[in-house]
Design a protein around this ligand. Sequence first.
Ligand code: ASP
Length: 304
Amino acid sequence: MAYSLMIHGGAGAIRAPERFSGSLKHIVEAGADMLASGAGALDAVARCVSMLEDDPLYNAGCGAVLNADGAAYCDASIMDGRDLSAGAVAGVRGPRNPVLLARLVMEKTPHVFMVGAGAERLGREHGLVFENEAYFATPERLAQLARAKARHETSLDHAATAHGKLGTVGAVARDQAGNLAAATSTGGLVNQMSGRVGDSPVIGAGVYADNASCAISCTGVGEQFLRTALARTAAFFVESQGMDAEAAAREAVAYLVRRVDGSGGLIVVDRNGRCGAARSTPGLLMASARDGRITVGDAGPPAA
Ligand code: ASP
């Protein structure tokens, strides 16, 4: 079976999208090489999201934005479409790769969702790499927080104005055995209240994978994706209404806009390996690989 892989680096009004092209291409190629040599979808999405987390260009891992207290708290999730197993973490400080901590929750505990100190302890016990505060509080992130505070706003990572751009990352894949997986990781919103959690670590909102339908990763204003259970809604369109990835992505964004005037986008790989993406924002940073063909680009015009 042919493999399919998509990654995203956030949605919004993206200044100079060409800044991201080299990184997106490099990361999607790394994931595609894995899938081409027989790796599973779960390993490929974990690897791609880890690489996105290691790149300061994105709002996840080392590039995570700072909350109102000037601290980086990360959220991440991963889901295996073979049996709907899933793992997620929220409000964790310090792990270099929050997506790997989410995977530990899935594989090493009987739980799905862990937060804060308990989740961090799990990571330490399993030898995950942790970083200190200086790793996250880069001069760029401190300046961004100062701007948001001066405007009294809670904003998305790349915002020129509030909700201008979201920098969360994600990956979805189908491997050569036909198995699907998805992962999402974020630092949340710039200047968000301490304790706020968005959609990214919530199964069915910011992430979903089911071999019976599709794999999805979302980016956008988390509250709107939570209220519409957007990832599960997109899967429903594939599973129950027979849509392919592209139609389901478009319908999901149309629903997001219609019901909550939502801002963001999503990437989808369906059970037949088709790739789709849609957004209501001016841009969505993304790249895809389908059986050796690499595409780095946008998701077409925003849905009405
Ligand atoms: N969805 C993320 C959140 O609300 C933000 C983003 O996509 O950039 O936490």
